[in-house]
Design a protein around this ligand. Sequence first.
Ligand SMILES: Cc1ncc(COP(=O)(O)O)c(C=O)c1O
Length: 425
Amino acid sequence: MASLDVARSRAAFPALSSGYLYADNAGGSQCLTDAATRISDYLLNTNVQLGADYSVSVASTTRVEDGAEAARELFNAESVDEVAFGSSATMLLANLARAMDGDVHPDEELIVTGEHEANGGPWKHLAERRGATTKLWQATQLSATPNNPYAVGLQLEELLTLITAKTRLVAFTACSNILGSIIPVKDVVIAIRARAAELGARKVEVCVDCVAYAPHRLMDVRGWDVDYAVFSVYKVYGPHASVLYTRRAALTRSLSSLAHHFLAPAVAAKPYKLQPGGPGYEIVWGCTAVPPYLRALGDGNLEEAIARIARHEQTLLAPLLAFLRSKSARGVRIVGAEHEGLDRVPTVSFVVVGERAIRSQDVVARFDAKGNIGIRYGHFYAYTLVSSLSPSLDVEDGVVRISLVHYNTLEEVVKIIEVLEEILA
Ligand SMILES: Cc1ncc(COP(=O)(O)O)c(C=O)c1O
């Protein structure tokens, strides 16, 4: 089994050569040199409107089409006509829910999680507009660690109790941006569809938020059998753009057009119906740098690259979790699963509670004072999840989050642990 060439991966990100330790990657990763080069080249050499017949417009149109192909490959979607670009996952999901207004009945139910509100809020608003109901798939105590009340996760049994004949949509995260835990999407979708069919639900669609998942694992919208999925390229080593996958059948049967009225017939089966106005073309072209970079890490094979990334990330995760577990008597509580494993990514959250509690804000301030390590605290917009943790926390103070990706190194983890040792002394 070949391992990841971390030095090679780091060389693709100029920011990493400064020695600054980037450990807030779940907020946004560093961007590839090649993405910046492409953006600059687009702006300097092909910066015209798309769709005209003159040669430069033909070139810019092709570049934006290549961006859609890059997203299709990363999603493993069937067609480029299933991907829409936007500036954020939050905006794309809000647009998606708007477009579904006409296909949700007043007595129907939408199931959401307490994870990042991007895949919760739009469905709550849709339910309000339609007089439908939302139900919460709550994270519950993990049986492996009954002594840590913050060791929680989304569990399938909990979800299955929420499904009824009125279920219309299930919206969940493939990976939690707080807990770091990965949901077995394929198995969950099979279980949702089987239970819904058994109960006679009219139509159940699944919308999966892959924003915290895509930097660490391979997406497979076809294998998963999901209707909608979203990820943000700025967390997958590219520029600030996001992409929405919409299954072709859902595009035509479940969604109305948000585009100008006179475009409606032309966009009936096109992602542009969810994209009122063009995306930033140079940014879409910049996104095409991501698949070749990833493939190269697996000697030309994307699957191999992600397998190497996942194995390397486990070597970062294990010592960090082991250290935090060793500080349990000091009041450290990991928020999420306490042990490494391929069902967990190196997004590690914790709190310091008890007689010598330390606010998350104060832990992060000690890192900030060092000036060379970037981590963060808060609820990270998983407001419902963080406010449901019990014993309750100050939701604004939230958790301390250290989020690593494949370009982080073991030496960096050791540095982080050294700072934590000082803080917890
Ligand atoms: C799990 C998850 N979903 C959604 C989002 C929102 O993504 P965007 O900033 O592209 O709207 C984030 C951002 O942190 C996230 O972590």
